[in-house]
Design a protein around this ligand. Structure first.
Ligand code: GAR
Length: 213
């Protein structure tokens, strides 16, 4: 299985969707570490419950983003995840720097609760709802130096209803997140994602010998 670290800041329902798929045998990753930048993130409890190593690194303890990122890299490396593994941002609400990205080149993926490039930032669901879009959704993408910008792996859409708030739209988007994020991760684990500039191509699955004549 692909060794991964999962970074969270909050509830960790996306982390849970990954844990569940692993436990069902449907996702070939080994969650070596969960890191939270908040001491009270419920995602930490989820890790604890499933005996997954977890760690709190408070960004407020650091003078610079780079110093914080350097310590995160160290913690993740110490847990056995290097540039041949992957780092999954699952509701991690901090901007990461080149210090972090250079340690895991093209191996960091993020989920965003809107159809990028629309509504980047920390409030994707209410921003889309308040704008009055008719469709929103979520985006899983490789992380690059710009916020919510890297090459898109998969997107999924839901209708947005006139007059609804981000709190009403958000849960429908979250449900989709729990489907597409584990899928994107499984493709990464199967080494099926081919990067070509901004484009991500999904390589065909390996031969299924059972289906051969
Ligand atoms: C998710 O909706 C995720 O897409 C979003 O935070 C939520 C975390 O929920 N991420 C961002 O907004 C990143 N800009 P969770 O902690 O229950 O997985």
């Amino acid at each position: 299985p692909l060794p991964i670290a999962v970074l969270v800041s909050g509830g960790g329902s996306n982390l849970q969707s990954i844990i569940d798929r692993v436990e069902q045998g449907a996702l070939d990753v080994d969650i070596r570490l969960v890191v939270s930048n908040k001491g009270d993130a419920y995602g930490l409890e989820r890790a604890k419950k499933h005996n997954i190593p977890h760690k709190v690194l408070l960004h407020t303890d650091y003078a610079t983003r780079e110093a914080f990122d350097a310590d995160m890299v160290k913690a993740i490396n110490d847990a056995g995840v290097d540039s041949s593994g992957a780092v999954v941002l699952a509701g991690f609400m901090r901007i990461i720097t080149p210090v972090f990205l250079s340690a895991f080149e093209n191996r960091v993926i993020n989920i965003h609760p809107a159809l990028l490039p629309s509504f980047p930032g920390a409030h994707g669901q209410p921003d889309a709802a308040d704008y009055g879009v008719k469709i929103s959704g979520c985006t899983v993408h490789f992380v690059d130096e710009k916020t919510d910008h890297g090459p898109i792996i998969i997107q999924a859409a839901v209708p947005a209803l006139a007059g609804e708030t981000g709190d009403e739209l958000g849960p429908r988007i979250l449900k989709l997140e729990h489907r597409v994020f584990p899928q994107a991760l499984q493709w990464l684990a199967e080494d099926r994602l081919e990067l070509d500039g901004r484009f991500v191509r999904l390589k065909p699955a390996g031969k299924r010998l059972a289906e051969q004549p």
